[in-house]
Design a protein around this ligand. Structure first.
Ligand code: CA
Length: 231
């Protein structure tokens, strides 16, 4: 597979959880446990479907479903704080296999790697520098603190274009979650899905992913061909 000719690639926008870090199993477990503590039903499996939403977005959605109202500001703060604490009790998430290798190829090709995440977890954001040193510029990062609307709204990816000074046809997106793919497609940016979790491929393809790879390693292995580097 090769990127379409109309793409003049300058930057690669990476989602973080489930793309750069193998952190989703812990997020799903933490969401399930803490929501249960507050009387809400959210299975681990469903947590994967909501992946990419902001914390408050997820909490409100479940609260609406169960009680037909938005969660209070206080409730959202308490739940998200507890969830973050629970997440931090788990072992440190490992970098996703193949991610560092791919980032080296991205940098070697003269492309700018950027992180676009719905996460507001400072611990994990700090870990980016530890595991992927000198790769991501902090001023180019888009996190939960930068946007009003989380994924699946296109704002995070549009914000990345603005921060980097890039046009739509100068970037591609790497995403692992259905809502992340939805955000990329809504931003009208070429979106590559990597299926690193338990959901079926169609959960990502149905949202309009332009390409799908079974893992970050597979994407890395196919990278040169994808961007048209002749062997
Ligand atoms: Ca993700």
């Amino acid at each position: 597979m090769m990127l379409p000719n109309n793409i003049k690639l300058k930057a690669v926008l990476f989602d973080m959880d489930g793309v750069l870090f193998d952190s989703m199993p812990y997020h799903a477990a933490a969401w399930h446990k803490i929501m249960q503590k507050y009387g809400y039903d959210l299975s681990k499996e469903e947590a994967y479907m909501h992946e990419g939403r902001t914390g408050s977005g997820t909490i409100n959605l479940i609260c609406q479903r169960q009680y037909g109202r938005d969660a209070s500001k206080e409730e959202i703060e308490n739940i998200y704080q507890d969830k973050s604490r629970e997440f931090n009790n788990y072992p440190e998430p490992a970098p996703m296999k193949g991610a560092w290798e791919l980032l080296q190829k991205v940098k070697a090709a003269g492309l700018v790697p950027m992180v676009v995440t719905g996460s507001g977890q400072l611990s994990l954001i700090d870990r980016l520098e530890h595991y992927f040193p000198k790769t991501f510029k902090k001023e180019l990062m888009v996190t939960a603190y930068d946007v009003k609307h989380g994924k699946p709204h296109p704002e995070p990816y549009l914000m990345a274009l603005e921060k980097g000074g890039f046009k739509r046809d100068e970037v591609i997106i790497i995403e692992n979650a259905p809502l992340g793919v939805q955000a990329g497609v809504a931003a009208e940016i070429f979106t590559i899905a990597v299926n690193t979790g338990p959901l079926p491929d169609h959960a990502l393809l149905d949202e309009g992913a332009n390409l799908l790879y079974p893992s970050m390693q597979a994407l890395s292995d196919n990278w040169d061909e994808l961007i048209g580097i002749k062997k």
